[in-house]
Design a protein around this ligand. Structure first.
Ligand code: AMP
Ligand code: MN
Ligand code: MN
Ligand code: MN
Length: 285
């Protein structure tokens, strides 16, 4: 079970955050794609985990609880995936609630900026795509901008809008790295740096991220993810070894129409890496 050949997919999103499928639809799709160990990792939210666990069981998959926590580090947004923690833990729930809390006012500011470049009604428009009112995200604005014909797809949206220096970018302060890791660890789980290849850090800042992550008790890093190039699989396999971190694997699937990497459709972890699920044997449901 706990080998590098396991088809584990430990990163994806449902309608409870910014995915377009329900937890049940994701479970069925993951199982059909041969996933053996699955985790649902909605942004800043554990509201889909009970349904996901039941759907995993119904589809014959092993399951780990999951979440993807938004963190601010060196003035950048970094994502920390938590796996195998107790989703009923009060500190986890309060921490995630506080992290979600700023999203409403932020969304209003995003809409105000878009209105200034002639795109009216973006707040109400984005809300039509939202499954969970506490979790309005840039992805929902991106879907609205595509629907309105401003861009062909969501990738084009993130090149032209919603990112630093572009209309609709609102700097935001999320959770601290130490708090996010502590919530996960103290609830019996493992903290994992999500898609490190995506951050625009200098070499020094990235070194600081890995060092401080370790210092706070973080134990894993995503090596094989839908967000990495094959060259980055190698680069972050080396980083995992350098920092003594276990390796994780996950598609970061959001939607059949938007995601280029489907559930379970990723290269296996290199045999030289310690899989993160080897740390979570007693947490698998
Ligand atoms: P938020 O948490 O509201 O800042 O939204 C972040 C989400 O936007 C990410 O989880 C992705 O789903 C999506 N996103 C960010 N950058 C891109 C990109 N370049 N292309 C497609 N989706 C993106
Ligand atoms: Mn997302
Ligand atoms: Mn992410
Ligand atoms: Mn994600």
């Amino acid at each position: 079970m706990f080998d590098n050949d396991l088809n584990a997919d430990l990163h994806c999103h449902s309608v409870v955050s910014d995915g377009t499928l329900t937890p049940e639809e994701l479970a069925a799709r993951a199982a059909a794609n041969g996933v053996q160990l699955w985790a649902l990792t909605d942004h800043d939210e554990v509201g889909g985990l009970q349904r996901a666990a039941e759907a995993a069981r119904a589809n014959g998959m092993r399951f780990l609880t999951g979440v993807e926590i938004s963190v601010t580090f060196c003035n950048e947004t970094v994502h920390i995936v938590g796996l195998g923690f107790d989703a009923e833990d009060a500190a986890v729930r309060q921490g995630l609630y506080d992290t979600r809390n700023g999203r409403g006012p932020r969304a209003r500011e995003i809409a105000d900026q878009l209105a200034r470049v002639g795109i009216k009604g973006a707040y109400e428009g984005a809300l039509r795509f939202v499954g969970n009112p506490e979790l309005i995200s840039r992805t929902h604005f991106a879907r609205f901008l595509v629907e309105q014909g401003h861009c062909r797809d969501t990738s084009e949206v993130f090149r032209k809008y919603l990112t630093e220096g572009k209309p609709g970018y609102v700097p935001h302060r999320w959770a601290s790295l130490g708090d996010a890791i502590r919530w996960i660890r103290d609830a019996g789980g493992v903290a994992v740096i999500a898609h490190p290849g995506r951050y625009k850090f200098t070499a020094n800042e990235e070194y600081a991220l890995f060092t401080e992550f370790k210092g706070h008790g973080g134990q894993g890093v995503e090596v094989v993810t839908g967000s990495h190039t094959p060259a980055e699989y190698v680069e972050y396999a080396d980083k995992a070894k350098e920092f003594g971190l276990a390796a994780s694997r996950g598609s970061d699937f959001h939607s059949p129409d938007e995601s280029h990497c489907d559930l379970g459709h990723l290269p296996l972890l290199s045999p030289s890496l310690q899989p993160v699920w080897s740390l979570l044997a007693d947490r698998v449901q």
